[in-house]
Design a protein around this ligand. Sequence first.
Ligand code: ADP
Ligand code: GLC
Length: 485
Amino acid sequence: MKILIAASEAVPFCKTGGLADVVGALGQKLGAAGHDVCLVLPKYRRVEASALEGGIARPIELPLGGQKVTASLRFLHRRAVSVYLVDYPTFYDREGLYGFDGKDYPDNDRRFILFCRAALEGCRAVGFKPDVIHCHDWQTALIPAYLKRSYGSDPFFADTASVLTIHNLAYQGNFGREALDQAGFSAEDFASDRFEYYGKFSFLKAGILCADRLSTVSATYAREIQESEERGFGFEGLLRKRGSDLEGILNGIDTELWNPETDSYLPARFSARDHARGKAVCKRAVQKEAGLRLEPQTPLVGIVSRLDYQKGLDLAIAAIAPRLGRCQLAVLGEGDAALQQEFASMARRHPGMAHFRSGFDEAFAHLLYAGCDLFLMPSRFEPCGLGQMIAMRYGGVPVVTRTGGLADTVSESSSEGRPANGFVAKPGDTQDLGAALDRALAGYAGRVKAAMESRFSWDQSVNAYLELYRKAIESRAGSATRGRR
Ligand code: ADP
Ligand code: GLC
């Protein structure tokens, strides 16, 4: 199958969160399974020059708001996954991917309209005629809409189906009415049964309406976003309407990249069979690097996270503060300024027992996953979550909330179809989280092995995506036949 993956971030090129891990790993797995895979990404400043070596550059003209702009495509032919990067420095040569200093870039509508156009025109330019385009999140959600509208009768895309994966419904890409003109859709599309959403032009809504098939990243989240207003962020009715086309496919983790037996970031490596010494060395390294007391017996709680309301970290602070002393805390996180301040002030109040490192730090993330005894992820909602899976592979026993993908990967009792591999609290409930922490501090040692033996490989999920692509191709073919009649 010829598959184009369109996304706004992917490992190893650029990353702000789990989306990049998932897109990077999925592409590799599909390529390794023998499919013809191409990935399209913006060429951000962060994409290192070394990643472009050997790439072929060619200019490409793209429509934007009634004008033509000229971008450059950098095409890199690779064994498992070919890549083309959309180079348009005015839009992408910036410090951040989506914003800077806590603020979104004000022209994100134009930045990702152009990217969606470039993804499609790029296929033509490099002669890659996809059977399916797999889009991820609002940044690429206009692609299915373009395929249905502007490219509806374009012979190049006559057989191209689209799949849209929603990684997080909290981000919808809603912009002012003028973005509709920039994107080149017609005035009729600004209606509540089309792309309009409470007076805005919603990229995600356009994608949800137009994609041949939809998916999200866990079975529980797929249910939650159709059932509850709080989780559906206003899209629950729309998602219910498309319910038979929507599937929950659990993310995997890249078990080569995240492997405690080979991880070069670690001062000592270890396996599920033999982890005690290696984990102890890593824990000591975290304590040293974080300025925590070098106490091997005190349980170390780790957090690696975007600092965002979604992640429930305000509740974590309230639950963990009274327990410092019985445990230590090391936090790595980037995001919300108020949360950064709270963590920083907690670290000041508890020297030697709590540490906060602000920023995005791949090396410290690896070390913290390996060195922590418990990994705390008390999300208010969580479409899938990779942090808990990575932590488990590194022997960090997860303390999570029962929501989305956390509910599908962590269980406190073995009666839920898997061995008990962590501790689970109610979402949004500080007291309940505190109680789960107490159980975890008392009983984590007995769960390290079960956590490390939990399997989150991609194999099953890759097959589920391939099946979804086939269904999308079938419906596309069906609607094309109906259209011709
Ligand atoms: P989300 O995508 O909602 O942020 P996930 O748990 O799915 O949450 O994925 C988060 C990914 O980003 C993981 O790979 C995690 O290790 C990484 N990550 C998050 N924050 C940081 C940080 N400050 N430094 C390094 N890696 C981080
Ligand atoms: C989003 C979600 C997270 C998920 C990730 C990858 O960022 O917040 O739960 O794991 O996407 O799908």
